[in-house]
Design a protein around this ligand. Structure first.
Ligand code: FES
Length: 136
């Protein structure tokens, strides 16, 4: 009946530090042909409205923006910088704007359709002056 020598001290919590800090490595592996400092859209004249298809979008890499036209005359502009890790969105398929780095997709309203991005593209002011689009 003397069975009471259970070693309660045997519990060692081996704290394995999260040594895999791979996130600290340079995450600039985007091989997108993007202009330097493209995340700062330039204000000024952009393009004729006709360059942006209704129900689609057009990427303007030199100005660092993507312009959408969800419905006729309804334009919106967004920074190319993907909110996931900062690559530039670089393609449009129908009504989806695509980031080549990890495959995030954004809708014509800039919102996330498919991650890993969890937030949408940053809006950029765009105005329509007759048949011309102007940023800023
Ligand atoms: S940087 Fe765009 S999906 Fe990762």
């Amino acid at each position: 009946m003397s069975h009471g020598s259970a070693p309660e001290l045997g519990r060692r919590s081996v704290v394995v530090g999260a040594a895999a800090l791979g996130a600290g490595l340079a995450v600039t592996g985007c091989s997108v042909a993007a202009p330097t400092a493209s995340t700062a859209p330039a204000a000024g004249p952009l393009a004729p409205t006709a360059e942006v298809p209704v129900g689609g979008a057009t990427i303007f890499p030199d100005q660092g923006v993507v312009v959408t036209q969800a419905e006729a005359g309804e334009f919106a502009a967004f920074s190319l910088a993907c909110p996931h890790q900062g690559c530039n969105v670089a393609a449009v398929e129908g009504a989806e704007i695509i980031c080549p780095c990890h495959g995030s997709r954004f809708g014509l309203d800039g919102g996330v359709l498919t991650g890993p991005a969890t937030t949408g593209l940053s809006s950029v002011p765009v105005a329509v002056d007759g048949a011309e689009l102007t940023l800023g």
